[in-house]
Design a binder for this molecule. Structure first.
Ligand code: ATP
Length: 645
């Protein structure tokens, strides 16, 4: 078996079987074996023209075994702790990986990301929901559909109790604007969301970062209790205190992507003592290890192998520590545990064994429609508990409709101002509909970390999140305000009183508003910095506005530039509104008592086709095309961002 095959067949196949845990009381447990895992990335240091991409090695052939219990991964910042966790958890692009990862001697199943738990460093709990609601959300999506609502509630109550969260179960988590539960309670909620489905392997990326010493201690004690029920807990951690060190079963020390120690945490002190490093009595061993890795601590007795080491030079110390570890008893012991597992797997493969395909196994615990219901419910709750933006949108629309109604109040169809006022009102209204959508940029940007985490962890399909978010935005933020804006403005202005004309006006405003917001959704799913997304959106709108037909007559534009009119949602909207109102409209000079066919003349002068019924609808179809196109692009971008961490 090639190493590549071993690891990456892991992605392709197999459900993973359970073996008895070395820990008492564990009915099912998982032992993670990894061998020669290399992870590298192509990094570009400048513009593609001048800087070819360079390969950066992040993990340089690391091997080890994580058993049920508390497995700590430590190392200086940038040593590759998070990368190691992500790689084992199947959250990195397999194209950048080589090596073997086995769970209980089998390649991890394709849906390993969904059946294991991963608590990320960032906050990924919904701030507007309570602690209990967040856990219920996870339970509704991560437990099989066959588990009843009652049982889900019970499981959540059990977890709240286990994590010491019962007292704050009905408190909101809190957002940037409103204070909620404490940092420790928030972190425990994140852990609870991952524990819902009782994963056999739980990964935690720096679970104590940002917590005070006693909260960090209580989080680690909880994790230790969970590990004693047979869960393999693998976590990275930064400079924990001694109390926390005592909760570890195994310790992995990483330095620049290489392992300098992987074994029992208790005997780690003896190991370093044998290298000549003596930890003073009151020194925290983990602080001491960090000092060793950085070269700040020196062996008190330097043996012959270490004579050539330049202890003033970190790379020299690191190279010596790695080499010493690879020649040590500790490594031989690790290797003795890895080798039979690899051999057994390789023998099975040679005998023609192919891991059971999971291609037909459901990756998600729940159906598309159930996911849609649960995610939409959360999005609606979020909106109702954070109503400022939707109320502002509604109020602004009413204010603008009254304003535009007062400015253009009951416009007459006279020869002097009739055409100008109508064109003015269409431009103003279209501009209002398009620029009123700048807020839609928040849609995917705001919750990106939560979405990436939940999508990678298999809470729901990307399409579910996309549909839930889009509908929960379009209905309250675009459709409802428009239902007030359209009748107020239309009838105050005094446009054609025919009901069918009003409906075309309403439909057109809805389409142009949706087209503008769809472009905003696309940018929101593509760009991760709000300010940059705003600049792109504003520039696109201004570009489209120039070709609307009011600021410049597009029929007189040079051919080299006139194609741009087809990219303007302003133009389609202006054309449709103009045809709807002006076609066959007579403009009269009351003093001379004479009427002119100025409506048709205006349309002809602007090069707007209007004679056939379809001429109006082509504009609405084009707006529909923009909506569809931008939504598809937004979905594709969302899929891309929700694949790997
Ligand atoms: N996507 C990436 N692009 C560029 N460099 C990366 C990327 N991911 C990781 N690295 C680099 O790989 C190295 C290891 O990163 P990793 O996040 O795994 O370290 P870490 O030990 O977890 O650090 P920290 O303790 O600061 O979280 C770092 O030098 C980091 O800059």
């Amino acid at each position: 078996m090639s190493e590549q095959d071993g690891l990456l067949s892991s992605r392709a196949n197999a459900s993973y079987s359970a073996t008895a845990s070395p820990h008492s009381g564990a009915a099912e447990a998982a032992t993670v074996t990894f061998n020669s895992v290399r992870y590298s990335l192509l990094i570009r240091r400048g513009p593609p023209c001048c800087f070819p991409p360079e390969r950066k090695e992040i993990l340089l052939g690391v091997s080890g075994v994580f058993q049920p219990g508390m497995n700590a991964v430590l190392g200086p910042t940038g040593s590759g702790k998070s990368s190691l966790l992500d790689v084992i958890a199947g959250r990195k692009n397999p194209q950048n990986l080589t090596g073997t990862i086995l769970i209980n001697g089998e390649p991890p199943p394709k849906n390993f990301k969904c059946v294991s738990g991963y608590v990320v460093q960032e906050d990924v709990v919904m701030g507007t929901l309570t602690v209990r609601e967040n856990l219920l959300f996870s339970a509704a999506l991560r437990l099989p559909a066959s588990v009843s609502r009652y049982d889900r509630g019970r499981r959540v109550a059990e977890l709240l109790d286990q994590l010491g969260l019962t007292g704050v179960a009905d408190s909101r988590i809190g957002t940037q604007l409103t204070r909620g539960v404490s940092g420790g309670e928030r972190r425990r909620t994140s852990i609870g969301m991952e524990l819902i489905a009782s994963p056999k392997v739980l990964f935690l990326d720096e679970p104590t970062t940002g917590l005070d010493a006693s909260t960090a201690n209580s989080v680690m004690r909880i994790l230790r209790n969970i590990s004693r029920r047979g869960t393999t807990i693998i976590f990275s951690i930064h400079q924990p205190r001694y109390e926390i060190f005592k909760t570890f079963d195994s310790l992995t020390l990483l330095s620049k992507g290489q392992i300098v120690y992987h074994g029992d945490s208790v005997t780690s002190l003896d190991y370093f003592q044998r290298l000549g490093y003596v930890c003073e009595m009151h020194n925290n061993p983990l602080d001491f290890y960090m000092d060793i890795l950085s070269g700040d601590a020196r062996p008190t007795e330097v043996d012959s192998a270490a004579v050539k080491v330049n202890f003033d030079h970190q790379d020299s110390v690191q190279g010596w520590l790695v080499a010493t570890y690879q020649g040590s008893e500790v490594w031989r012991d690790v290797n003795a545990r890895i080798a039979p597992v690899l051999e057994a797997f390789s023998n099975r493969q040679m005998r023609g064994y192919r891991p059971q395909s999971t291609a037909n196994n459901p990756t998600y615990q729940t159906s598309f429609f159930r996911q849609l219901a649960v995610v939409s419910q959360r999005a609606t709750k979020n909106l109702l508990r954070n109503p400022q933006t939707s109320i502002a949108q509604l109020v602004l629309n009413v204010l603008f409709s009254v304003l535009v109604g007062l400015i253009y109040l009951q416009i007459p169809a006279d020869t002097i101002s009739g055409v100008q006022n109508r064109v003015g009102v269409f431009f103003f209204t279209t501009m209002n509909m398009v620029f009123g959508n700048m807020g839609a940029l928040e849609l995917f940007l705001h919750e990106r970390t939560i979405f990436v985490h939940e999508s990678v962890s298999g809470y729901y399909r990307v399409s579910v999140y996309f549909l839930a978010k889009v509908f929960c935005d379009l209905i309250p933020m675009r459709l409802v305000p428009l239902m007030l804006y359209s009748p107020i403005s239309y009838f105050m202005i005094g446009l054609n009183p025919r009901l069918d004309k009003f409906f075309v006006y309403f439909l057109n405003l809805l389409l142009v508003s949706m087209a503008g917001s769809s472009l905003a959704f696309f940018l929101s799913a593509t760009v991760s910095v709000f300010a940059i997304a705003t600049i792109f959106l504003a520039l696109s709108f201004v570009f489209m506005m120039v070709f609307a037909g009011l600021l410049v007559n597009v029929s007189t534009m040079g051919e080299w530039l006139s194609w741009a009119k087809y990219l303007s949602i302003f133009r389609y909207s202006m054309n449709a509104l103009s045809i709807n109102e002006m076609k066959d409209l007579q403009f009269c000079n009351e003093t001379a008592n004479i009427c002119f066919d100025l409506g048709n003349k205006y349309l002809s002068d602007q090069g707007i086709p209007y004679e056939n019924e379809i001429d109006l609808w082509i504009n609405e179809i084009a707006l529909g095309g923009f909506i569809f196109g931008f939504l598809v692009l937004a979905y594709v971008q969302l899929r891309r961002s929700g694949k790997f961490r």
